[in-house]
Design a protein around this ligand. Structure first.
Ligand SMILES: NC(=O)c1ccc[n+]([C@@H]2O[C@H](COP(=O)([O-])OP(=O)(O)OC[C@H]3O[C@@H](n4cnc5c(N)ncnc54)[C@H](OP(=O)(O)O)[C@@H]3O)[C@@H](O)[C@H]2O)c1
Length: 372
């Protein structure tokens, strides 16, 4: 291997919130090529081609995600690239192979020795069992937006929501990473999709990605407008069978009023109120969201919490069938992550800002440059 210079992003200290992290806690540093002699026998060096810049990556920089990383670490839960080196005990991957990283098993969200090795770097290290061949037709940009987003959508819609053919699903935050995956998945399950968002331009793409109907919920002057009548009109007066809520706040309150009696209300996340937990990894939830119990009771709703990672840690058996199904769908082109924004890794702050401000549709990625 030739001596070469790369770049990596390092978080040395957790910030108060992601906005502060973007401006002050994200260091862009030179990276020397990784010496295989320093690695474990089953370690693999990956030359990163594309790394996703996700919502969870941002929340982790301030310790406001459930899993708090230990600085210094390189962010980048999900990435895709080419195998550059494999240790003598690394099985299942070949040098030169196109691979994607499984963020459950390596990188900042994993639990073992590879937490500091994220994908926002020219090169990174993962244990062989955390890498998978990229399903046939996917590009590197698409591959690093596959697992987390579609596993979330699957866990919520299939495992928890039990969405059936012919049902109507209201997907909130449908232009987001998990939201757009949920749109594709709900269609694949044979459901009718009503998707919400705050921008006509973004919603045009959501529609092109398969949503049957889109609703812009933005109220002039700010906030969320009433859209329950539109949803009722689109469902013959009944309301929807399932709500996929990755947004929270005011939008949840209006969406509860769009449901049929006995509907399933899936709590996926709270993009509108991200600062629920204390900053700097302080834990606790001083700003927790609240839902009206009277509406939940009178409408006979099933409100289902859908934490994909936590549920999988508690019951690892739920993962294999989920993963197999997603990889099979991706292999035959039935699902395909949408990527709207691409940046050089040296522009990581711009990439993070684009995600934090809601400009990104589906996924945003960074491309590390390298000098051979
Ligand atoms: N349950 C799980 O296992 C799981 C897994 C991954 C992520 N999550 C959570 O799910 C949520 C969505 O994640 P994501 O990766 O899809 O995020 P994302 O890509 O940033 O998408 C969130 C979407 O929410 C919409 N939104 C509506 N009101 C908003 C507001 N006030 N501020 C910001 N966005 C707003 C935005 O669409 P418009 O601009 O069109 O409104 C945006 O596209 C997050 O809370 C995340 O932590 C949960």
């Amino acid at each position: 291997m030739s001596a070469a210079a790369g770049t990596k992003v390092v978080v040395h200290e957790l910030a108060e919130n992601p906005a502060e992290a973007i401006e002050s806690n994200v260091a862009i540093e030179p990276q020397a090529q990784i010496d295989p002699e320093t690695l474990a026998p089953d370690d693999v060096i990956v030359a990163v081609e594309s790394a996703s810049v996700g919502w969870v990556d941002l929340l982790m920089t301030s310790g406001q995600y459930q899993h708090i990383p230990s600085p210094p670490y390189t962010p980048g839960l999900e990435y895709a690239g080419t195998v550059l080196h494999k240790g003598p005990a690394a099985v299942g991957v070949e040098v030169g192979e196109r691979v994607l990283a499984d963020g459950f098993l390596t990188g900042p969200r994993s639990l073992g020795a590879h937490q500091r090795w994220g994908g926002w770097a020219t090169w990174t290290v993962a244990p062989a069992h955390a890498l998978r061949r990229i399903p046939g037709p996917l590009s590197f940009d698409e591959a690093c937006n596959l697992l987390g987003n579609y596993e979330t959508a699957y866990h919520c819609l299939v495992a928890r929501g039990k969405v059936r053919q012919g049902e109507t699903v209201l997907i909130l935050g449908a232009s987001g990473s998990t939201g757009l995956a949920a749109v594709q998945l709900a269609k694949l399950l044979g459901a009718k999709v009503i998707a919400t968002g705050r921008s006509d331009d973004k919603l045009a793409i959501v529609r092109a990605q398969g949503a049957d109907h889109v609703i812009n919920t933005r109220q002039e002057g700010g906030g969320v407008r009433s859209f329950r009548d539109e949803v009722k009109a689109l469902t013959g007066g009944r309301g929807v069978d399932v709500v996929y809520d990755g947004v929270g706040g005011e939008l949840s309150l209006e969406s509860l009023r769009c449901t049929a009696f006995g509907a399933r209300y899936l709590i996926v996340g709270w993009a509108a109120t991200p600062l629920v937990a204390k900053g700097k990894g302080g834990r606790g939830a001083p700003n927790a969201n609240t839902l009206p119990t009277n509406l939940i009771m009178m409408k006979g709703l099933d409100v289902l919490g859908c934490p994909t990672v936590i549920s999988t840690v508690k019951d690892p058996a739920i993962r294999a069938p989920r993963l197999a199904q997603i990889l099979e769908w991706a292999e035959r082109g039935a699902i395909k992550p949408y990527v709207s924004h691409r940046f050089d890794l040296s522009d990581i702050r711009a990439a993070m800002r684009a995600k934090w401000s809601g400009e990104v549709i589906g996924g945003g990625v960074v491309h590390p440059s390298r000098r051979a």
